[in-house]
Write a protein that binds this ligand. Structure first.
Ligand SMILES: Cc1cc2nc3c(=O)[nH]c(=O)nc-3n(C[C@H](O)[C@H](O)[C@H](O)COP(=O)(O)OP(=O)(O)OC[C@H]3O[C@@H](n4cnc5c(N)ncnc54)[C@H](O)[C@@H]3O)c2cc1C
Length: 491
């Protein structure tokens, strides 16, 4: 062990970010003692696979983007490359103008880069097509330094950041915003594009908006060649579900001597000794709440818990950092998984599923935000005679589902989905999985707030932050953030 390397590192939070931090720690410094503290009885956080309809089904994330390297690299290090599976079908639809319509080719995240496919998709009405048609002939001005100032446009917009919804509405009109950008870009975070930071979630949009001329042409130039040819899968999963990543990773950690303490919530982080650089003391709350205890000392800490929990732990050491962490708000979602007999659903399940935009005008927002045709998307889940369908509900500003019972929620989803996919018979099995406060919201100004948080955290000795609240909610981003935090603590 090189001089100055910590002897013991505590990782608080056993989600994919915390487990990836532990993995990086033992790979970089095999002699370091690593302890992962996880409040829940199981590891993995949002990664969760359960048995449903006699098969292993993901109840949280069911895939990760293949174009980023972090998850692929981790799977390779764990010997899981052969177990990566691409979806069995291509393409998804959106509920628009009274029916399901396939998404047009050439979308950059959720913004069209070609007019023809958008026109043919039928997603926008003739009036809704006017603005995108004009984008090619008479583009709306990119206005660097100012966002759209219409209703719903948030404060905090600066030269370096604008709301995604404001940019797309100004350049491509209201229908492209609500029917494509909203469900596709907003959907990644269960968020609202009118509040969402373009710099954080879609920097290419910001860049394209700064250029003269057509937004569609500028965005088209940013699309990787393979996305336009459609040959490489955009998403991958693991045979047996994403929970396998957690199982295999935790086994590999135990083999390398990492202590995985589940059912152990960290209630406080203390410091030993009067000096500001004494070791950290991890105060744990045993399950059942029968009094806390001073846990082990650690000379390095990775804090890989959601922002409110991190704020609680760090408040005694840096009030401003805790305040900044508390500004990150979260959206709650729920996943409702249905098993139907094959003939119960009339609509052909010939893609990976569909997205449901918010209501427009006076129309109420549907509760369902997206629907995945699990047995089409992942052929290994298919069995003769039945189909599995998963509905997602909940997004920023809509937590109606949290006050419904499981029964009510299942019935409400069926009422909404019935006319969309022609449900003719009730499901044979329903499972509701709730994810309260699951998706951190990257609102305008997110990147500069995160930079300030990380600068403050760097002022605390051998402590680093990791997890979905910082640089991306997707699994690859969380893996990357855990590994970076580990390297920072070792430095
Ligand atoms: C329904 C759903 C679908 C999703 N779909 C996708 C997808 O398809 N693709 C994709 O890439 N991403 C998806 N995501 C996002 C992704 O799964 C998450 O952003 C990511 O897993 C978060 O990882 P994390 O380690 O940062 O946080 P978490 O998974 O939240 O882990 C944090 C852990 O810290 C623990 N903890 C909290 N406080 C304490 C404490 N005081 N002491 C000890 N432990 C504590 C928690 O119990 C938890 O296990 C989805 C998320 C959800 C909820």
């Amino acid at each position: 062990m090189s001089p100055g390397t910590p002897q013991t590192v505590a990782v608080v939070g056993g989600g994919i970010a915390g487990l990836s931090a532990a993995w990086e720690l033992v790979r970089a410094e095999p002699a370091v003692r690593v302890i992962v503290f996880e409040g829940d009885g199981r590891l993995g956080g949002k990664l969760r696979t359960g048995t449903f309809g006699g098969r292993e089904v993901d109840l949280g994330p069911d895939a990760f983007v293949a174009r980023r390297p972090e998850a692929l690299a981790l799977c390779a290090e764990l010997g899981l490359t052969e177990d990566l599976v691409a979806p069995g079908v291509r393409g998804a639809s959106v509920w628009a103008r009274g029916r399901l319509r396939p998404l047009p080719d050439g979308l950059a995240l959720g913004v069209p880069t070609r007019f023809g496919p958008l026109l043919r998709s039928g997603i926008c009405s003739p009036a809704g097509l006017a603005r995108p048609a004009l984008d090619l002939l008479w583009p709306a001005r990119g206005t660097p330094g100012r966002g759209a100032s219409g209703p719903g446009s948030p404060g905090g917009e600066t030269e370096s950041d604008l709301a995604v919804g404001g940019v797309v509405r100004r350049r491509m009109g209201a229908q492209v915003t609500s029917r494509l950008a909203g469900p596709l870009i907003g959907g990644i975070h269960a968020g609202n594009v009118d509040l969402m930071s373009a710099a954080a979630v879609f920097p290419a949009l910001l860049e394209a908006d700064r250029q003269r001329g057509s937004l569609m042409r500028a965005l088209a130039a940013t699309l990787p060649a393979r996305a336009t040819t459609g040959e490489t899968p955009v998403f991958l999963t693991l045979r047996g579900g994403m929970g396998r990543l957690v199982d295999v990773l935790s086994r590999a950690l135990v083999e390398r001597g990492v202590e995985l303490r589940t059912g152990t919530t960290v209630g406080e982080l203390g410091r030993l000794g009067p000096a500001d650089d004494g070791p950290w003391v991890v105060g744990t709350d045993p399950v059942g709440g029968a009094g806390g205890g001073a846990g082990p000392e650690a000379d390095g800490i990775v804090v890989a818990v959601p922002a409110p929990a991190a704020a609680h732990l760090l408040r005694p050491h840096d009030g401003a950092l805790a305040d900044a962490l508390e500004t990150v708000t979260y959206a709650s979602v729920a996943i409702i998984t249905f098993r139907f007999s094959a003939e119960a659903v009339g609509h052909p399940l010939d893609g990976s599923g569909f997205l449901v935009p918010r209501g427009e005008g006076a129309a109420p927002d549907p509760l369902v935000t997206a629907c995945t045709w699990l047995t089409s998307k992942w052929p290994e889940l298919a069995r003769p005679g039945d189909v599995l369908i998963r509905a997602s509900v909940g997004r920023q500003g809509d937590d109606r589902h949290t006050s419904m019972s499981d029964d009510q929620l299942g019935r409400h989803c069926l009422d909404e989905l019935g006319p969309m996919i022609d449900i003719r018979r009730p499901p044979d099995e329903v499972l509701v999985t709730r994810w309260p406060d699951a998706f951190p919201q990257y609102t305008v100004g997110h990147l500069s707030r995160v930079a300030a948080m990380e600068a403050s955290a760097a002022g605390l000795p051998r402590l680093a932050l990791a997890g979905a609240a910082l640089h991306g909610v997707g699994i690859p981003a969380c893996i990357g953030s855990g590994r970076r935090a580990a390297r920072a603590v070792l430095r």
